[in-house]
Design a protein around this ligand. Sequence first.
Ligand code: ATP
Ligand code: MG
Length: 401
Amino acid sequence: MSGPILLPGATGLNGSGQPTTLGVMGGGQLGRMFVQAAQAMGYFTVVLDPDVISPAGLVSHYHIQTDYLDQQGLAQLMQRCAAVTTEFENVPAPALVTLGAARPTAPSADAVAIAQDRIKEKAHLARSGVPVAPYAVIETAAQLNAVADQLLPGILKTARLGYDGKGQVRCHNRTELASAWDTLKNVPCVLEQMLPLAAECSVIVARGWDGEVVHFAPQLNLHREGILAVTEAYAGNMPPVLANQAVEAAKNIAAELNYVGVLCVEFFVLAEDTPESDAIGALVVNEMAPRPHNSGHYTLDACDVSQFDLQVRTLAGLPLAQPRQHSAAVMLNLLGDLWVDGATPRWDQVLALPGVHLHLYGKLKASKGRKMGHLTVTAASPEQARSTALAAAGVLGIAPF
Ligand code: ATP
Ligand code: MG
């Protein structure tokens, strides 16, 4: 596969023409950080998002405010931009098919269609030769009744449209499983065996049109109530053997998909000496995201090239260059919970700590569990990054980790 090289800045003989414009489907915080990275390099940007005020729409040169499947809106987007990417996996794949017919579109509609459907995703992961949690597809009552005992206790997950733990129900027995499927309105689901987790990690890779791949070292992720809370990124955050396995698995998954763009693969690390880790191995793929990922936000401040820089470079057909992490980093997610009593968090006290980078996404309304921003602490050593991040968490009322 090949794509065009879309150089940034003004095009034309004397450099006085219109700057090259890159497009993004979706106006959330990931789109915002893509737009900011693209603009820093001299691109113009266009965002398509239905909301009047969106984190990315607010900072983009152009915002097409319309539904993802609106044909006129898509035509406008294609007319404005030289290439298109996406910032969340629930952009309808048909919209990407339309865009892909007229403009370089990365990731492709095919890759996004796989990542947005857990049933297709699991089949793809199996083809890539990486272990997944034992699971069963549940689309009919007969399949529900036929699940193996081994899968309980388990987690019933909707095949489509889940995020931040939404669309998931934990079930301990068959009675709970049956009522969970009713709660999820009997939509297609997968039932996954509940695994004994020692930890969770993720790997972000970027793959170009020509198959060149670069990666970030695995991040260690702590989830609370199904939502990412803390990411720790530094040498020694996990055993090197597992870290290498995770990187190789993520690269294989990207290559098997013929993927172009930034891809995040999330892993479970199984507790040692359990029947599950003996049977499956220590590392299990949870899922993939066809875009930059929350667990990679630290790359903005702790690496010489960020995941958003790489999203721009992959889309524009520019060289990728293996990124280098120059600081140990701990990232804390800033959820709407911090604002619920109406008070503004004490950013002044947090910013008094060394190496704190505050990122707020421009969302005007806070609600429980809503991702409002993140904070990355960079430091010369993992110990320093951790202790400063714990101090910041203390100021903000985030539980220690
Ligand atoms: P997101 O898109 O925000 O990453 P999601 O809604 O797609 O989340 P998952 O990643 O499937 O959800 O699950 C959320 C969390 O629930 C996981 O990070 C993990 O902590 C826990 N979890 C999910 N599946 C299992 C499992 N099979 N065994 C044990 N824990 C699990
Ligand atoms: Mg997940």
